[in-house]
Structures are given as C-alpha cells and as structure tokens.
Design a protein around this ligand. Structure first.
Ligand code: DSN
Length: 416
C-alpha cells in the first residue's frame, strides 16, 4: 500500500493492514465474497473518485466528463460483449440498487411480483417484506421442494394463482442450475415480465459454465464482486431498447445521483479480465472445487441440500443435528474458516440461528487453491462439525488453516 495513508492517518492504515492480515490468514468461504485483482483496486482508487458525471456518456449534466464518458462507454461495451446483450447500465452502486432500479423502471407501487422465498435461497430484494421490494410491491413467493430443488410445475401453479406483473428468478443460496428457459415459459403463460438476478452466478455465466439468462429473460441484474471478481457494485442488462431507456431513467435520476466513476472504471477492468480466455479456467475450477466440498461433506455424513452442487456454493443442512447454523458458523470461525449461517428448506430455527451453513469456493479458487486443498479444508470442516464443542481442536485446526492459507497469496495479479 502507498505510504500516503500510513503517514497521514496511521489509525486507519493500521486497521486496513489488520484486515489484509485477516483476509490473508483466514480461509474465506462466504459464497458471495471474492478477491479482486490489484488492477481493479488501482482503478477503484483512481482520480475518477473526484468526478461528478450525472447522466450518461455524451449526455451529462456536468462539464469535464470527456474521460468519464470514455470509461463508462468502455465498461458498457465490455459488459455487453461479456454477457452477449445489447444494453447495459453500469451505474448501480450495488445489487440491491440495481434491483430497485429494475422495479422502479417496470412496475407501479402495489404491482404483484413473484420471487424466490428468502428462507429458500432467494434474496431480500426479491420481495421480502422487510425490504422496499416487499413494502412497495405486493410480493408473493415460490420456493424449493424438500429435495432442495425448484419444481418448475409448482412455480407455474403459483404464478397462475398470483398472476404477477413480474417474476424474479435467481437466488443467493441455491446450488443448482437455474432453468431460465423454463421460467420464460412460466412468464409467458401468465403474461409476466421475466427478471433474472444473476448476482451469484454471473462469473460462471460469463464463462459459459452456467446457462445464460439471455435470450430468455427481459431484464437481468448482477453484482460485479461475487463470482465475477470485480469491484463491489451492480449492473443491469437487457436486449430491449424500451426497457433499457426506462432502466436508465430509473437509475438516474430515479434512485441515484452521480455515478461512482472510479468504480465504473474498476468494473471495466474486471470485465476485461472476465473476457480473457483464462477466465473459463477459473470458472471451471470454482465449480470443481465446490463439488469437492459437497462430496467430502456427504462422505463424512453431512446432509447437503439437493445432494450436491452445480455452481460455486454448497448448502449444508443441520436439521438432523442438535447444533445450529449459528453454532457451526462460530465453531468454523474459531478454526480459521469463514462461512455464513443460512436457512435451509424445512427450516425450524429463526433466521438469526438457522439450521444450515452456506459454503462457497470462489474466493479460495481465486487464491489458486485446487481440488487437493479443498479436500483438506472440507475434511477439516467436517472435523470441526463432528466436534462442535471442542474449542481446543478448533484452535489447533486454526493454526493449520492459517498455515495453509499463507501458502496462497491474495494480493497478486491473476494470470488472466
Ligand atoms: N449478501 C449477498 C449474499 O451473501 O448472498 C447477497 O446480497
């Protein structure tokens, strides 16, 4: 890191150094996190943070935007090339704001939306009653069956009863492929707009390692920092010019002011990395590593929701155990392995306690770990869960996991 911060504000500098040490030493297995490249971080820390650029390329409300225009246009062009779509809005500050922008563009208050239940793997912004998506619109839900999978016939039955204006497909804790073509059929049958939130799987979609939401979905949102490995932020894409215009107005001036041009620059750098052929190798390895987690934990007697994974995450259920997701999350944290507690189908505990954990492979894969390391780590996860109250064992495993983690640097430019 540069010395400016160290000299000017040693308190903040020290905390950032501590965070670098934490990220280096711990095994980061939260399914929505990743390690972005130094090039992305350099763009994020660039002089574009000084610039106001309300509006869109060549249609700004401020002068001096000629370089911001070039940056944003490059980000848009790269996003469209990456996902094979015609229009992209790269201004949403986050995935939540991207989704809010989609709703604002296409719905009126109290319109009906149908999304995946949060406790079944959906997201707060898919209509949860505590989110503006559930307060502003009339939200209804589909979920997964006891086998942990979406039953598309059931979704159709629910859609026929609800008659939603918009259907949301996409999830935060669903380990199986999402069948966008099936969702299209359902949307067509009930005359709904089809909106895909691919925040979790976007990096796999970009690599051809998960089916694309295009051409099936009318509008698609994503974050750029999960499996895509770019900077923290959001994006909306579509092939429909009319929808694109409405989205642009909904994001600015609808819900946001000036775009974060430094983050847009970093998004462009990230998309540049995603467009390289080597990106496919990373995405394939992410999936292979997640499969190792599922296979090892099943072999060790743990119940994996849907009995495996097609993507970057694994959902482990403790419904048959006398400890909770919260207990497991804490024990694994003490053993140097960071995951998050998660509700599971058939949940009996509160969302703050839960009966499961979600484990992801994207971040450790970005550090260069492969099947061999994931097999070691997954067995250690099982050792911790088998001995959930043995804090001495957790402390011993923590030392081993820190040593393993330190063999794989996080602060390096990837080869793609
Ligand atoms: N917080 C993200 C996740 O963990 O999946 C979704 O917004």
């Amino acid at each position: 890191m540069s010395q400016f911060l160290k000299n000017q504000d040693p308190d903040i500098y020290a905390i950032i150094e501590d965070e670098l040490e934490r990220q280096t030493d711990h095994l980061e297995m939260i399914a929505s996190e990743n390690f972005t490249s130094p090039a992305v971080m350099e763009a994020m820390g660039s002089v574009f943070t000084n610039k106001y650029a309300e509006g869109y390329p060549n249609k700004r409300y401020y002068g001096g935007c000629e370089n911001a225009d070039r940056i944003e246009q490059l980000a848009v062009d790269r996003a469209c090339e990456l996902f094979g779509c015609k229009f992209a809005n790269v201004q949403p500050h986050s995935g939540s704001q991207a989704n809010q922008g989609v709703y604002q563009a296409l719905l009126k208050p109290y319109d009906k939306i149908l999304g995946m239940d949060l406790s079944h793997g959906g997201h707060l912004t898919h209509g949860s009653k505590v989110s503006s998506s559930g307060k502003t619109y009339s939200s209804f839900f589909y979920g997964v069956e006891m086998d942990g999978r979406i039953d598309y016939d059931r979704v159709l039955d629910i859609a026929k009863i609800v008659e939603p204006k918009l259907i949301v497909c996409g999830a935060s804790a669903y380990a199986r492929e999402i069948d966008f073509a099936k969702f299209r059929e359902i949307a067509d049958e009930v005359g709904a707009i089809l909106f895909a939130d691919i925040a979790h799987i976007a990096g796999l979609v970009a690599a051809g390692e998960h089916p694309s939401p295009f051409p099936h979905c009318d509008v698609v949102s994503t974050t750029t920092h999960k499996t895509l490995r770019g900077p923290r932020g959001g994006m909306i894409m579509t092939n429909d010019e009319d929808i694109a215009k409405k989205i642009n107005s909904a994001i600015f001036p609808g819900i946001q002011g000036g775009p974060l041009v430094h983050v847009i620059a970093a998004k462009a750098v990230g998309f540049g990395e995603n467009l390289k052929p080597e990106w496919k190798t990373y995405a394939k390895q992410v999936k292979a590593n997640a499969k190792v987690i599922a296979d090892v934990l099943m072999k060790r007697g743990y119940k994996i929701v849907s009995d495996g994974t097609d993507n970057h995450l694994v959902l482990v259920s403790f419904l048959d155990k006398d400890f909770s997701g919260k207990d497991a999350d804490a024990a694994l944290g003490n053993a140097g392995i960071t995951v998050n507690k998660n509700t599971v189908p058939g949940e009996t505990r509160s969302p703050f306690v839960t009966s499961g954990i979600r484990i992801g492979s994207a971040a450790l894969t970005a550090r260069g770990m492969k099947e061999k390391e994931f097999e070691i780590i997954s067995n250690k996860i099982a050792d911790v869960l088998d001995n959930i109250e043995d804090s001495a064992l957790h402390a011993k495993i923590k030392e081993e996991m820190h040593a393993l983690a330190r063999e794989f640097v996080i602060y390096h430019q990837p080869t793609y």
